[in-house]
Ligand binder design. Structure first.
Ligand code: ATP
Ligand code: MG
Length: 701
């Protein structure tokens, strides 16, 4: 299996040195400090050992040739291990596999497999497939043989598991656990997200409902606006025709009525009052008074005359009124008539009568004194005069009656005219009222038109797109008003609902889609969890079964090797529970030395301890034989007799595993098919050379 190992710049191997393995057992011999153990560590190093302590160093550069005055320090240490892979022990399609590791002075490490740069993980995976591990049970460092005895029960169990080749399963288990942990973490995240989304969804659902309500309201609004605008437009248009006609008609009527009134205005005698009739009445009254006075006078005169005539017929007196006086009276009367005419005053007649009476009174005393002479004649004359005056008054009265009749007719005529005029005025007022009504309607229509424009703007501002629709019905003004109120109400509700935010719907849909996505993810994760748990459970079962089976086999071999080495006695590995839960298990070693009452490891002698270790190591190797085993002076503590038994066991072991033995032991050397000597000269550089048995014995023993 192992073909060769090549060291270059590694520890004391300053120069390139190669060890080739052509025999099942190779021995490495040489004096103390020559570099034998360094070769064993070279194996560990190339197989991927991460513990610097296991390599006897502190840092990477400690592994590089440190240099001296003869040979300068190396820049890197390189170890290449060559496998014969014709039997495909390593899971790689090459007959020869070269695994190489380098460490640089800066501490960087490089791994290659057949010259291709790889990660440490790749190396570990490749080697573990062939039951080779870096910290392996198959490399027993110097003084480390009883490490398994000194280890804790738990560590011991791990070592046994590794020897049983369960590391791959553990590796797989760790991987699956990591995956499960990751899956659980993803699950937690997904569930958190799911919760978060559910919250968002509930929250959005409420908003979506609001938006849907708002949408419905908006639809209603569009319908109402469309209906209102269309019908109101129709109404206004038809009203416009009607109102225009009405207004024009009313205007025309007003003009006509006004013209009629204006015409009547011109005709009507506005100040023709009833004073003329009053004056006539006053005159008539005065005439009647005067007439009464004269008639009484006439009666008196007639009485007096009859007395005079009867008693003093003979005593006829003729009384003469002086002409001058009569003349003066006439002049006065004339003046008064003129004045009365001028003042349009008829009262002068009364004054005339009074003047005449005074005149006569002045004359009468004279007549009385000459009663018997003048009275009859005078009385007759006076009577005649009175008669004359009465006649004048009667004719005047007649004239007045005629004038009154005329005036009354005129007044009646005027009254009729006025009535007609008032009638016209009333008509005008009526027409004006009608015009006002029409005008009022026109104004209302104008306001309605303005309102319609406002409503159209309002609709536009609200982003309402309406298309005129053919309406078969028409609504009354009140119904339209009601529709407008309904618009106000719907608008108020829409505003209260917060309008239509379309982005909410998009958000909601996005959240739903995301929710579905997460739900699917959760299902996938659940499936993954399930699968991983099944894998883990299978792995646990596999590990447990293999472990139990392997442990039984180890115990058989352990017992065998132990009794071989101790020439009797017994030894056994027991599984113990480390904790109450029983999850942590450990392995305890129980030994029974022949003829001794020893059961605990602590009381064993150094040699006994070494023998027990060897028995265990060999037993472990037998059950699941590794491709090779490296033992660095495991035989150091053995006496002659045990060295022989050891050599026999080695021979037996070599049938299943290739052995590389670092030894000072003659028996062991004898068992080896080939021997390499390691020397170190004064230059401090380890050198390798193939040696014969005798030579080897000479050099080392
Ligand atoms: P023994 O028989 O006593 O076990 P050995 O042959 O196993 O001896 P090693 O332990 O392999 O000897 O070699 C130790 C030697 O290697 C020491 O002398 C040490 O100085 C040398 N050495 C270790 N690391 C380096 C290094 N980085 N550079 C140079 N020399 C080194
Ligand atoms: Mg050594």
């Amino acid at each position: 299996m192992l073909k060769s190992i090549e060291l270059s710049g590694f520890k004391s191997f300053a120069k390139k040195s190669t060890l080739s393995f052509s025999s099942p057992i190779s021995g490495i011999v040489g004096p103390n400090g020559s570099g034998k153990s360094n070769t064993a560590e070279a194996f560990r190093f190339v197989l991927g050992e991460q513990s610097m302590k296991a390599l006897r160093g502190k840092r990477g550069p400690d592994l590089i040739w440190s240099g001296n005055d003869r040979q300068p320090k190396a820049h890197r240490a390189r170890v290449a291990l060559v496998f014969d892979n014709r039997r495909k022990l390593l899971d790689i399609d090459f007959d020869e596999v070269v695994v190489e590791r380098m460490v640089h002075r800066d501490g960087a490490h490089d791994y290659t497999i057949n010259g291709s740069k790889v990660r440490l993980k790749d190396v570990i995976e490749l080697l573990s497939s062939a039951n080779i591990g870096s910290t392996g049970h198959h490399i027993i460092s110097q003084g480390e043989a009883d490490r398994i005895l000194g280890a804790s029960t738990k560590e011991r169990k791990a070592m046994i598991e590794e020897a049983l080749g369960l590391k791959t399963f553990h590796y797989k288990k760790v991987e699956s656990e990591k995956k499960l942990e990751k899956t659980n973490e993803n699950m937690r995240e997904a569930q958190l997200q799911q919760q978060e989304l559910a919250l968002q969804r509930t929250h959005l659902e409420r908003q979506v409902k609001k938006v849907e309500r708002a949408r419905a309201l908006k639809r209603q609004l569009v319908e109402h606006y469309t209906r209102y605008i269309t019908l109101e437009r129709l109404r206004i248009n038809s009203e416009k025709r009607r109102v225009t006609e009405l207004l024009n008609g009313a205007e025309h009527n007003v003009t006509l009525a006004r013209e009629r009134v204006t015409k009547a205005d011109a005709k009507i005698e506005t100040e023709k009052d009833t004073s003329a009739l009053g004056a006539l009445d006053v005159q008539t009254q005065r005439l009647a008074q005067e007439k009464g006075v004269l008639e009484r006078r006439r009666g008196k005169l007639e009485g007096t005359l009859s007395v005079v005539t009867n008693s003093t017929e003979a005593q006829h007196t003729n009384q003469h009124i002086p002409f001058v006086k009569v003349e003066a009276l006439l002049v006065d009367i004339e003046k008064r008539i003129q004045k009365a005419h001028k003042d349009n005053d008829t009262s002068f007649l009364h004054e005339v009568v009074t003047s005449v009476r005074e005149f006569l009174n002045q004359c009468i005393p004279n007549t009385k004194t000459s009663k018997h002479t003048d009275s009859k004649e005078a009385l007759q004359k006076e009577l005649a005069e009175v008669e004359e005056s009465l006649a004048a008054l009667c004719s005047e009265e007649e004239a007045l009656a005629v004038a009154r009749t005329k005036t009354l007719a005129a007044l009646r005529e005027q009254k009729a005219q006025q009535n007609a005029y008032f009638e016209l005025k009333e008509q005008l007022r009526e027409r004006e009222r009608e015009y006002d009504v029409a005008h009022h309607e026109a104004q209302a229509l104008e306001r309605a038109q303005k309102l319609l424009v406002d409503i159209e703007h309002r609709a536009q501002d609200r982003g309402i797109v309406y298309t005129g629709q053919a309406e078969t019905i028409s609504l009354s003004k009140e119904e339209l008003q009601e529709l407008l109120s309904e618009i106000d109400r719907v608008e108020a509700r829409l505003d209260e609902a917060g309008g239509v935010d379309e982005s909410i719907i998009q958000k909601y849909e996005a959240v739903c889609t995301q929710g579905e996505f997460i739900e699917k993810e959760v299902r996938d994760l659940e499936h993954s969890q399930q699968t991983l748990l099944e894998i883990l459970s299978r792995l646990d079962t596999e590990i447990a079964t293999r472990f139990t089976e392997g442990l039984t086999k180890i115990n058989i071999e352990f017992e065998k090797f132990f009794s071989m080495l101790f020439d009797g006695g017994a030894a056994q590995l027991d599984v113990i529970k480390e904790s109450q839960s029983g999850e942590d298990e450990g392995i305890e070693v129980r030994v029974q030395l022949p003829r001794k009452k020893v059961t605990t490891l602590e009381v064993l002698s150094g040699g006994e301890r070494a023998l027990t270790s060897i028995a265990l190591i060999f037993a472990m190797s037998q059950v699941n034989p590794p491709p090779f085993i490296i033992l660095d002076e495991t035989d150091a503590a053995l006496d002659e007799a045990n060295s022989r038994r050891y050599a026999d066991m080695i021979r037996a072991l070599s049938e299943k595993s290739q052995l590389i033995l670092i030894t000072h032991n003659r028996q062991t050397m004898e068992a080896a098919g080939e021997l390499y000597g390691v020397t170190m000269g004064s230059d401090g550089i380890s050198k390798l050379l193939s040696v014969k048995f005798d030579e080897a014995v000479r050099v080392t023993v």
